[in-house]
Unconditional design. Structure first.
Lengths: 247, 114
């Protein structure tokens, strides 16, 4: 029986040689039903063209490194099975809405800056003394923020967000989801420190609720929910008497 | 972003349709205000505007209004955060309220019309 094969088209871009990104086709064996798109890229790099550049690490949907556009949809390539595409060809491009460094590698500097701006760590007015033991939480308190803590910073949500694509000043989905994760944490007292970033014009109010960020999230996080609920909370803080009080 | 970004994916297209529905609805409501003003002179001087073009426009607007309402209420559960209440329950309660409000408004309008 003839060997099954599949065509992979990937973006190639060398900033020292190319004026613009271009697509290059590779015809590779599709030997195993469990092959994912990342396996195909690894095959190309190992056996066909060692100069192909892309990010990856864990290969199991945890590290969030291997996010790319697969046939126009933001996906973790370690979680995109080739059997779902075969016999059609697969086009792999860098995550859209970000500058390209080389081939399939994007510049994530903007996202890292936004992530830092929302202070994604527990903020206390006074440090909890180590001698006081654990800062315990009930299951209900953990359930309040648990889903938002699943974010792996893969940036698929930014690639799916046309609002960020049109205006990259927008704080964006993942950063807001993580801000909400800490704002909902019963141990945290940093809401007022995060509000200037969250509630300004380029914060949650820039979002027009397309909702694709939540659709493409590989970890089941709902950034659209985080953004809309932050809009609601900031409005209530503004409208209600004592709404702006210290937490 | 290319100009045609919203044509690339079905979800983007449906989002744009949802946003666009506000425009014809606003036009229809402006026309409605004109009709209310015309009716202010009493029933004798008023004749409802019933050209075929306006009827077609109104039917299209009704479709847009239903689409906008359904998508809005489906998203309501995402927006609202009530401790211990699942989003699905919030959405269903909004649809129930919509139904009740529609029945009440219809009853009032029909009651006045008689």
């Amino acid at each position: 029986m003839a060997e099954k094969r599949i065509t992979i088209r990937t973006t190639r871009f060398d900033p020292e040689k190319d004026k613009a990104p271009r697509l290059q086709s590779y015809d590779i064996p599709f030997s195993d039903e469990s092959m994912v798109v990342l396996d195909a890229l690894n095959h190309i790099k190992a056996h066909v063209d060692g100069s192909l550049s892309y990010r990856w690490s864990c290969r199991m949907g945890i590290c969030g490194s291997c996010g790319m556009m697969v046939n126009g949809v933001p996906k973790l390539t370690c979680n995109a099975f080739m059997r779902d595409y075969w016999p059609r060809s697969i086009t792999v491009e860098p995550l859209q809405n970000f500058p390209i460094v080389r081939d399939l590698v994007i510049d994530m500097e903007d996202f890292m800056h936004k992530l830092k701006s929302i202070k994604p760590w527990i903020i206390r007015k006074q440090d909890y003394p180590l001698g006081a033991g654990e800062h315990r939480q009930t299951m209900d308190q953990i359930d309040e923020f648990r889903q938002f803590s699943e974010c792996i910073n893969c940036m698929l949500c930014y690639a799916a967000c046309p609002v960020y694509g049109l205006n990259n000043e927008f704080l964006g989905p993942a950063a807001t989801a993580l801000a909400r994760r800490y704002n909902l944490d019963s141990r945290d007292q940093g809401l007022k420190d995060r509000l200037p970033v969250l509630a300004n014009a380029e914060g949650v109010w820039e979002c027009s609720f397309v909702g694709e960020c939540s659709v493409v999230c590989p970890k089941g996080v709902d950034p659209a929910k985080a953004i809309q609920q932050t809009k609601f909370d900031t409005t209530m803080r503004f409208l209600l008497p004592y709404g702006n009080r210290d937490e | 972003m290319p100009r045609g970004w919203w044509l690339r994916r079905r979800d983007y297209f449906l989002y744009m349709v949802r946003e666009f529905t506000a425009l014809p609805l606003a036009l229809w409501l402006l026309w409605f205000l004109v009709e209310v003003q015309r009716a202010s002179n009493g029933p004798k001087g008023y004749a409802a505007h019933g050209s075929p073009a306006f009827v077609v426009f109104s039917v299209i607007c009704l479709g847009f209004a239903l689409y906008h309402s359904v998508t809005f209420l489906m998203l309501f559960g995402v927006v609202t955060h009530i401790k211990g209440v699942p989003s699905r329950v919030i959405v269903l309660s909004q649809f129930a309220l919509w139904l009740v409000a529609s029945v009440v408004v219809a009853a009032v309008l029909i009651g006045f019309g008689r």
